[in-house]
Write a new protein. Structure first.
Length: 143
């Protein structure tokens, strides 16, 4: 009976590469570097996901606040007053709503920018480490 191949999940790249002896290539260092790359990508994805969650949470808060304010405005506009007073108040309310919308947009943009900056900083740091690892590896092969 033929032996079944091992599942890919049990595949160990270091064992596989260890069978191939290539001069000047440290398999363990290569595997370790790739693990660090995957860890950095995983962490960057986590940061990005947390940023998306923060934006979504803030958007829900903004919508809730807008609904509450709309109800209060509607009640206020129904109350007695001259037509001129109502037009003035509607204009003030429209201006306030516009300024609030701009502030909310700015806040959401800042949350996104912060999240992106954190993720890119992490990846940038890992890339710098990769270059240092390559430099060290080349230095070892010269010695």
């Amino acid at each position: 009976m033929a032996k079944q191949p091992e599942p890919l999940l049990d595949f160990d790249i270091s064992k596989f590469l260890g069978d191939f002896k290539v001069p000047g290539v440290d398999v363990e260092t290569l595997v370790s570097s790739q693990r660090k790359n995957i860890e950095a990508l995983t962490h960057a994805n986590k940061l990005a996901f947390e940023g998306v969650q923060a934006v979504f949470k803030r958007q829900v808060e903004i919508v809730r606040q807008a609904i509450e304010e709309s109800a209060a405005v509607a009640k206020e506009l129904v109350e007695t007053g001259t037509p001129q007073e109502k037009v003035i108040r509607q204009t003030e309310l429209a201006k306030d709503a516009f300024e609030r919308a701009l502030a909310n947009s700015r806040e959401l943009s800042e949350i996104i920018a912060k999240s992106n900056a954190e993720a890119f900083s992490l990846l940038n740091q890992r890339f710098s480490q990769i270059l240092d690892e390559v430099k060290e590896s080349v230095a070892k092969t010269k010695a």
